[in-house]
Design a protein around this ligand. Structure first.
Ligand code: COA
Length: 250
């Protein structure tokens, strides 16, 4: 458990579980403990009859700056990645109930690719989606190398995942990464209201509809593993270590 992740049950949104990132002083960068807590919450939702929808929310002006850079550096030094990230990605890709996300501000690295696994995402008009994997001498993760080209076409996916181009909320919507754009002030209320509406739907019909639309997760899980093998190898490279050290020394 870590208090950098808050698990909330909003009174205004019955049957909704909120996973809220609560590390604003580090731009909600995800540590191993945060991944573990999120995995536990996703797995709990699969079994809990009083949870029908899970929502990811960040803090004001920042969804998440992605994986914690100090953890990246520690992985690079130790040569092992830890299982928390992969457990989280597996739990996210195989979540049995709808997942909604609300983004206000920065959505970097896994803070951007997480939405490829969400069913509905609303973002404020000041949001920025960016994945500087290659600039950090890393490779795309979360099966983004599979899902993003399918979703938005090779060129846009390449601009996002390889060029490291930042996408505005409008561009992310145009690319199909998110569903809707709103104001920062309205973001949280709209996201919770959307989740609450989903939670009023007949759960079994919703489950079947979602499963039909998502199809098999086999290729997604295989790609998560394939990417992870390259990611782990790159983490140990001199070029990646230099990039993490440069960030830490800023
Ligand atoms: N891991 C660890 N700490 C992070 C972080 C990350 N991914 N992103 C930001 N932080 C920390 C900063 O080190 C800083 O900590 P400090 O106050 O103790 O020095 C704090 O969060 C605020 O960040 P700062 O860089 O000062 O804010 P900013 O508004 O100028 O820039 C970002 C915000 C997100 C653009 C910038 O911090 C950044 O590029 N972060 C790295 C993002 C990244 O590459 N993630 C990995 C993707 S694969």
């Amino acid at each position: 458990m870590t208090d950098h992740i808050l698990i909330e049950r909003p009174e205004t949104a019955p049957y909704v579980q909120v996973i809220r990132f609560n590390r604003p002083e580090k731009k909600n960068a995800f540590t191993r403990a945060m991944y573990q807590t999120m995995t536990d919450a996703l797995r709990a939702a699969n079994e809990a009859s009083d949870i029908r929808v899970t929502v990811f929310l960040g803090s004001e002006g920042c969804f998440s700056a992605g994986n914690d850079m100090a953890d990246f550096l520690a992985f690079a030094m130790s040569g092992t990645m830890g299982r928390e990230v992969l457990d989280f990605l597996g739990a996210l890709a195989t979540a049995k109930k709808p997942v909604v996300s609300g983004v206000d501000g920065l959505a970097i690295g896994i803070g951007a690719t997480i939405h490829l696994h969400c069913d509905l995402t609303i973002a404020s008009d000041r949001s920025l989606f960016k994945t500087p994997f290659v600039d950090l001498a890393l490779v795309p993760e979360a099966a983004s190398s599979l899902i993003a080209p399918r979703l938005m076409g090779h060129q846009r996916a390449f601009a996002l995942l390889a060029l490291g181009e930042g996408f505005s909320a409008a561009e992310a919507k145009d690319a199909g990464l998110i569903w809707k754009v709103t104001t920062p002030e309205a973001l949280e209320a709209e996201t919770l209201s959307l989740a609450a509406t989903l939670a009023t739907k007949p759960p079994e019909a919703l489950r079947i509809a979602r499963d039909l639309m998502r199809g098999s997760t086999e290729d997604v899980l295989a790609r998560i593993d394939e990417e992870a093998r390259h990611f782990a190898a790159q983490l140990k490279s001199a070029e990646a270590r230099a990039a993490f050290e440069a960030f830490m020394k800023r």
